[in-house]
Write a protein that binds this ligand. Sequence first.
Ligand SMILES: *[C@@H]1O[C@H](CO)[C@@H](O)[C@H](O)[C@H]1NC(C)=O
Ligand SMILES: *[C@@H]1O[C@H](CO)[C@@H](O)[C@H](O)[C@H]1NC(C)=O
Ligand SMILES: *[C@@H]1O[C@H](CO)[C@@H](O)[C@H](O)[C@H]1NC(C)=O
Ligand SMILES: *[C@@H]1O[C@H](CO)[C@@H](O)[C@H](O)[C@H]1NC(C)=O
Ligand SMILES: *[C@@H]1O[C@H](CO)[C@@H](O)[C@H](O)[C@H]1NC(C)=O
Ligand SMILES: *[C@@H]1O[C@H](CO)[C@@H](O)[C@H](O)[C@H]1NC(C)=O
Ligand SMILES: *[C@@H]1O[C@H](CO)[C@@H](O)[C@H](O)[C@H]1NC(C)=O
Length: 918
Amino acid sequence: MKMEKLYTFLLFSLLLAVASFQVRSLTLTPSLNDDVLGLIVFKADIQDPTLKLSTWKEDDDTPCNWNGVKCNPRLNRVTELLDGFSLSGRVGRGLLQLKFLRKLSLAKNNLSGTISPSLVNLESLRIIDLSENSVSGFIPDDSFKQCGALKSVYLANNIFSDKIPGTLGSCATLVNIDLSDLGFEWFEVPDEIGSRLLLRSIDFSWNSFSGPVPQTMQKLSLCSYLNLSMNSFSGDFPEWFGEMESLESLDLSVNNFSGQVPDSIGKLKSLKVLNFSANGLIESLPASMENNVDLLALNFSQNLMTGELPGWIFNSENKVGANMDNVNSISLGPSLQKIQVLDLSQNLFSGVLSFDTGALSSLKLLNLSRNSLVGPIPGTIGELTALDVLDLSRNQLNGSIPTEIGGACSLKDLRLNANILNGKIPTSIENCTFLRIISHNKLSSPIPAEIGKLSNLENVDLSFNSLTGTLPKQLANLPHLLSFNISHNNLRGELPAGIFFNTISPTAVSGNPLLCGSAVNKSCPAVLPKPIVLNPNTTADSISGELPPNVGHKRIVLSISALIAIGAAAFIVVGVIAITVLNLRVKSSTSRSAAPLTFSAGEEFSRSPTTDANSGKLVMFSGEPDISTGAHALLNKDCELGRGGFGAVYRTVLQDGRTVAIKKLTVSSLVKSQEEFKREVKKLGKISHPNLVALEGYYWTPSLQLLISEFVSGGSLHKHLHEGSSGNYLSWHDRFRIILGTAKSLAHLHQLNIIHYNIKSSNVLIDGSGEPKLGDFGLARLLPMLDRYVLSSKIQSALGYMAPEFACRTVKITEKCDVYGFGVLVMEVVTGKRPVEYMEDDVVVLCDMVRGALEEGRVEECVDGRLQGKFPVEEAIPVMKLGLICTSQVPSNRPYMGEVIKILELIRCPSEGQEDSG
Ligand SMILES: *[C@@H]1O[C@H](CO)[C@@H](O)[C@H](O)[C@H]1NC(C)=O
Ligand SMILES: *[C@@H]1O[C@H](CO)[C@@H](O)[C@H](O)[C@H]1NC(C)=O
Ligand SMILES: *[C@@H]1O[C@H](CO)[C@@H](O)[C@H](O)[C@H]1NC(C)=O
Ligand SMILES: *[C@@H]1O[C@H](CO)[C@@H](O)[C@H](O)[C@H]1NC(C)=O
Ligand SMILES: *[C@@H]1O[C@H](CO)[C@@H](O)[C@H](O)[C@H]1NC(C)=O
Ligand SMILES: *[C@@H]1O[C@H](CO)[C@@H](O)[C@H](O)[C@H]1NC(C)=O
Ligand SMILES: *[C@@H]1O[C@H](CO)[C@@H](O)[C@H](O)[C@H]1NC(C)=O
């Protein structure tokens, strides 16, 4: 019913269009009209969500300038329509108007409906490509009755429920057929298809064809590509395939062929790709195949092949036996010199693994896994210098891994798991460019330090061996490491330092009772409980753990976390850091010893601003207060700048023309007396730092307290990151400056023993020159007591910045909670994302996202897209890693702010940190 209506409507619109067209078309050549008309009718049936067809206008004289339309310039008629337009809807009849259409390519759309038989009959049509659509229904049997000049039919990946139209076989001109993934069940075509002698490529893969392959196909002597994979073809392997002389690609994989591979395969001299995998083939590969000299890829995996590995592939000596005149066995004639991919996995091959590799010099992938091969891995493996992937897993290979393996220097993926290999991992692997090592054997002895030189190493699995000893420190330097599974060995000692091993999943290290470190949740007895005490006079070389003599009360304690942090940023040279950290510690410890800070009240100037009896005192630290301005007049609601845990902030212009920010404190949170209030506020007023918002004065009455501070013109960081108009965003340079400036302000506060407690992007203000200024510091001192509840509810209200120890009664809250908030802020600045983002059905926590991305090696993708790639990777990634370290769950693992500054400065000038650590 519906369909009928649609067609009626269509016909109607067609008529209308024709009628209106005739009126306009007097001056045009009629041939053009047909194309415009046809395409407009076609468009009427189509949904075009991405507006690809917006240039298609019925008023145009010619469609030749329309998007996706190509014309023959001489005839000005449409010859091609193109693909990938995300169109959905029905393939309509409008296209019938396009009498000169040669190539109809509507692939990769979402078109549905049935194909009209007459479409195929268009006399000029050569190529019809409807692959990757949802065209359904059935193809009428007579569709291809008159197929004109049709050469190529591509219908792959549609949802036809029926069989191949019988008439397709009668299209004498067909050269290419792709009917893959259509769900066809019957093979009808067969006998006729053999008479279509021009066919060059046939793709019937991914259907449900069954029974034997029609023998008539042997006549297709021009056919170079035949893909029958993923059907249910059965029967003995056809001997006559050897007659299809032009075959270059033959894919019969994933069918139900049985029997032996016939000798006739050796006749296919042009064969490049041969895939017989996942069938039921028995015995071995015929020796005649050594004549397939152009073979690039040979895939016999998942069959039932038995016997030794084919000697004619693996041992040219076998051939020498036949031809003893040739002394130089390497350059022996016919062999698979070009072969790159050889997959014989999952068969029943047995016997000793041996290679004479001269014949396999181009081999890139060798997969012999899941057979029953025995004996050691031959040293000749090292001669396969082009080898990328070697998979010998799940055999019964024994002996040790040969040292010669270092010669296979492009090896990226080595899989030896589930054999019975023993001995040690050869140090010669240092010459390789591994991305992956997999093992699951009986390997013993320590992991060689040379693994630390495989700088491209991404995935390592050495689990379930008998490895002993400690882990080499060099592992911490592998920049691309994604996974490192050493579970179930006998390793002991400390996990290497650095972010990777600090955050490694416990399952990757479990089953080694003697390993220690935070990842195995076991402190290392020799080192962790005691702080490392260092002689400030020592050089970087001696930092590695020895305990120099006590140096009186100038003793310097370098926290473990500092060492971890330092190690984590792999590019930072130990020497430089150690020395700068030491200097810093000396400085901070001297300034700490100077605390408590004393303030003179000398320059306080106070006067009653109003005559009100109950009036308070407006105190400006730096001179004459603005007498005429009543306190309440200071608070103009229209000038509210924002609200925080302590109250609202307003902007006010004083009488002298100066703009200040005034914070009206919420009374309920402050219970301290006027004296205490004055004392604390004056202390805060003394604090001066270019990256801190200066407190300039205050006003106090029992019912109203105001804090007057410097007005920072540029607005908050939060606004810049999350509310900025598009196009006006912070550059990488700006962002780095904000991070560094904020770090400096915090370090300064911490030096004065002031914890901020409330780091968040809305508390970081940006001044006119782009420099950050941290505000709202020290306000916790105005609270009656530093109660954990008050802290977390009133101050640390900003979601996502709150350090985990706020939730844990047993952990003391220190300045490290600011370091946590700072770490979150760093990631916020780099990614441009909020610390916690609520999606429709999901909550994304920024730290977790960045940590996950880091583990998967795609941390670069986290950088704010608005930077459009305009940032130095060598700065952005370490900065993000630093952010992650700062958000360590355990407070003592977070660095001090002074250390953070040093690290940031090194990140910014990597060239200055290049001296070797020795
Ligand atoms: C494909 O078209 C159908 C209706 O024709 C529509 O429901 C579906 O959402 C479309 N799919 C895509 C990916 O556009
Ligand atoms: C054969 O077709 C399958 C599925 O369409 C495809 O995955 C495979 O790569 C093809 N084989 C060759 C040799 O092109
Ligand atoms: C494969 O062929 C065998 C006979 O050769 C038959 O018994 C079996 O059912 C076939 N399997 C499939 C999946 O068609
Ligand atoms: C068969 O193996 C060849 C060569 O390895 C490969 O190109 C092709 O994609 C494989 N076919 C399938 C269906 O995986
Ligand atoms: C061999 O063919 C199978 C399909 O049966 C495919 O999964 C596998 O990847 C192929 N091997 C190679 C090395 O291409
Ligand atoms: C590794 O490379 C070095 C220098 O390039 C070479 O001397 C050494 O023999 C190589 N090792 C192996 C096992 O090939
Ligand atoms: C450290 O060096 C200073 C002078 O550079 C020296 O006075 C002091 O004794 C040294 N301390 C130790 C413990 O070596």
